[in-house]
Design a protein around this ligand. Structure first.
Ligand SMILES: [Zn+2]
Length: 380
């Protein structure tokens, strides 16, 4: 299993997919892709050629936030078709599902899946090859060793080295066709991942390097990419979101992501937008946090340095200004910036959200927050 998978990058790179898959010896390809985005993104242009080099079965019957039922349907198909390669083409959900199918196929009993997922055991092997082609910029899923899956509205993360692909095909042209809202939510997700990775308790010098490079590419490009996408901004977003994926592959995400899963499930807000709804509050709070509020083991100097970098990239003079600027950015991207607008209005709503957060993820936040402190932050 490669620890640093190969990446083919460039405009039109998707057209090389059939040749690259043939080079990997693929004969039976399970194509996991969105129902509409596969055609709309232009990725489908490679299908006639792919059908000449391998047998292809397509799986598109899954919801935006992958749950165990989607996975069980895909596994039933994989059991019958016996793919030697899983090709995931799409946004974060499609790529995560492709990763999970490749890891659990063949032979995992769908009835045992929920217990396996709840047990949180790491994936240690994978039989089929795995190739990922993101069509959004982006979740960074193509660069990480984990995948999100829901059981009864509860969010779980399956992890293990085999969830990284053998090959990623990164074609910035594919990401232009989405709606403005889709580009805004996936783009701001990448920005949030880079920021959270930079300040995460689990950050390392390597993850910080990826996160810094990601932020440098993403922040100047996101507005033109969302409002008037062109080759230049699409290239910066494709690379930036991939690098943010590499950064969180090491550091993991923090409190804004931890809160986002409950916001998505309860209020129907798409992932990146849900993350962005609280990120500004955390930027402000983290910039102001005294050393005594940091997680045990956090180096205060490293935290100050990470926050200085984030404020600098946002063009802000301090934490309050950074939050104001981030809110302005969301408005210019067409994303409503307030929790109130999406239906989180009362103190009870905020307590419920704060209470739904996964404790392990909060432990990766640089600053400690108790449940009531978190609810208070959401009211700010
Ligand atoms: Zn995310």
């Amino acid at each position: 299993m490669p620890t640093r998978p190969e990446v083919r990058y460039g405009a039109g790179a998707v057209l090389a997919t059939p040749r690259l898959l043939a080079g990997l010896g693929a004969r039976r390809v399970l194509l996991v892709c969105g129902a509409r985005s596969f055609e709309a993104s232009g990725a489908a242009r490679m299908l006639p050629e792919l059908a000449r080099v391998a047998q292809v079965r397509r799986f598109s019957e899954f919801a935006p936030n992958t749950d165990a039922a989607d996975l069980a349907r895909g596994l039933a198909l994989a059991d019958e078709f016996r793919p030697d390669l899983v090709l995931g083409v799409g946004g974060g959900s499609a790529l995560d599902l492709a990763k999970l199918l490749a890891a659990f196929a063949p032979g995992t009993d769908p009835a045992k899946l929920p217990a396996l997922i709840r047990a949180g055991e790491r994936v240690t092997t994978r039989e089929p090859r795995l190739v990922l082609v993101p069509t959004t910029s982006g979740s960074g899923s193509e660069a990480t060793h984990f995948a999100v899956v829901y059981l009864d509205d509860e969010k779980f993360s399956v992890a293990g080295d085999p969830l990284r692909p053998d090959l990623t095909i990164l074609d910035p042209e594919l990401s232009i066709s989405g709606s403005r809202y889709q580009r805004a939510t996936s783009g701001i997700d990448a920005v949030a991942q880079a920021i959270e990775s930079l300040w995460a308790a689990g950050a390392t010098p390597a993850s910080r390097r990826w996160a810094r490079q990601a932020l440098r590419l993403l922040l100047p490009a996101i507005e033109p990419y969302v409002n008037e996408p062109a080759d230049r901004s699409a290239r910066a977003m494709a690379l930036g979101s991939h690098l943010a994926g590499r950064a969180i592959d090491i550091s993991k995400t923090t409190a804004a992501h931890a809160l986002s899963y409950a916001i998505t499930k309860r209020y129907g807000v798409s992932h990146g937008h849900a993350v962005a709804l609280t990120l500004g509050q955390f930027v402000e709070a983290h910039a102001a946090a005294p050393a005594g509020r940091l997680q045990p083991g956090m180096d205060p100097a490293a935290h100050r340095e990470a926050m200085a970098e984030i404020l600098h990239r946002l063009g802000a003079a301090g934490g309050v200004d950074a939050r104001r600027r981030f809110t302005g950015l969301l408005e210019r991207l067409g994303l409503t910036p307030g929790l109130g607008e999406i239906g989180v209005r009362t103190a009870a709503d905020r307590r419920r959200l704060a209470g739904a957060v996964n404790a392990e993820r909060l432990g990766n936040n640089p600053v400690r927050f108790s449940g009531p402190e978190l609810a208070a932050l959401l009211a700010a």
